[in-house]
Design a protein around this ligand. Sequence first.
Ligand SMILES: *[C@@H]1O[C@H](CO)[C@@H](O)[C@H](O)[C@H]1NC(C)=O
Ligand SMILES: *[C@@H]1O[C@H](CO)[C@@H](O)[C@H](O)[C@H]1NC(C)=O
Ligand SMILES: *[C@@H]1O[C@H](CO)[C@@H](O)[C@H](O)[C@H]1NC(C)=O
Ligand SMILES: *[C@@H]1O[C@H](CO)[C@@H](O)[C@H](O)[C@H]1NC(C)=O
Length: 426
Amino acid sequence: MILRRTTRIKHVAFRRLVPPIVIALWGVLLLVFLYQIYHFTWVSDENYVLSYRTHDWKEKPKLPERTNLSISLEKRNGLPPRNLDLFPNLVNDHIVIVLYVHNRPQYLKIVVKSLSEVEGIGETLLIVSHDGYFEEMNKIVEGIRFCQVKQIFAPYSPHLFSNSFPGVSPGDCEGKYDLSSKKNCKGDRDLYWNYRSPRIVSLKHHWWWMMNTVWDGLNETMQHLGHILFIEEDHFILPNAYRNIQLLTMLKPQKCPRCYAVNLAPADVSSRGEGLASLFVEKIGNVGYAFNRTVWRKIHSKARDFCSFDDYNWDVTLWAKVYPSFGGPVYTLRGPRASAFHFGTCGLHLGQEEKAACFNNGSVNIVLEKADKIVNINSDWEIHLVKHKTLHQPGFMGWGGWGDVRDHQLCLDFAEMYHSGNNPKP
Ligand SMILES: *[C@@H]1O[C@H](CO)[C@@H](O)[C@H](O)[C@H]1NC(C)=O
Ligand SMILES: *[C@@H]1O[C@H](CO)[C@@H](O)[C@H](O)[C@H]1NC(C)=O
Ligand SMILES: *[C@@H]1O[C@H](CO)[C@@H](O)[C@H](O)[C@H]1NC(C)=O
Ligand SMILES: *[C@@H]1O[C@H](CO)[C@@H](O)[C@H](O)[C@H]1NC(C)=O
């Protein structure tokens, strides 16, 4: 996911007016800030006390009522992987690959083509997690023949609910909070006074549902002890990606015992790597990251932080809220040359429609070099720490889009759904 945000600050240059204006502005900001804090903690307290203090681990979370479509998709999630005839066995110590997608078939075709050329892909299981049900996306995944494939569909995706939560339900507030029309609508605004948008919240919900399901819900992977690699529908995967990630996971305990993850690409999505003869240690990037169950348990233990932080981006939520609570730097290990990169240009812009002119005709010109086809990491290399300016200062409260208590609750329910007594297996 590419995060693009624009803030416009207009400077007013009436010198004599500056001091009183500044003082007045500070006053207003302080009031807004105090109100936010009040609103925020109030919201958190009431709801989490309700759902957590009285929480009985044996009780089934109250997930939204499913639509017929979500019921039938949930059944499909229990089907065995495809291509068992071609790939009856997974190789020991395989790294499961999870590809999470929404609805950009032109991109998915490119990604699947790139995966088909990955050395070693036939040794592992590819799980494709769908946010919503789209025939064209489905067709592409059904066409995969190069490894075991399992498709799963997020049954509570807002895209599957046309008339009820997690989609838009009748009486929901929409758009911006409006003082003038004292509303009788349902919903909580975010830090920036916007009400929930199902299209926007679906990203974080899908990521969280997928993580919970892959680690704790699917019987193909719930016992998996090794790493799982996560990629997205607009990540091009180079032929050496699988062998490189295998090597990195092997090197991690010696080279960087404090690293939580390994990455196929630099955290800076516009970089393809330094090309130096060195390993790199830096913050966990959102392109091609892999970690193990120990790390998942740690993330899962912060479900309340993840679910209540007012940011619709799962990655910003991790960086700004979840990882800082681990009590120490959260690093990843990677090579000097990217084995995956983000090629999509249709980013999601909060509060805007997707850019009309976004690239989408499926032609990316990617020239593979020899170094992209073979393992290009050397075990003898030293590590090099990449320092990042902290993007999010302590006290950063999120980019918004995630203010509705119903979303917080659904998110918490996802965290519990495989840990309560009588949960349905997908
Ligand atoms: C959902 O399925 C049930 C049982 O099969 C059926 O009675 C009902 O009409 C369906 N609802 C919709 C909206 O299709
Ligand atoms: C998953 O569970 C089903 C039913 O319990 C079982 O038949 C199947 O063998 C299991 N698959 C794996 C990979 O364990
Ligand atoms: C998983 O990774 C973490 C972080 O690198 C490491 O400390 C832990 O020992 C690993 N767990 C297993 C079971 O390998
Ligand atoms: C795709 O778009 C690019 C740039 O807009 C253009 O040059 C190219 O001809 C298009 N390809 C197809 C197959 O439409």
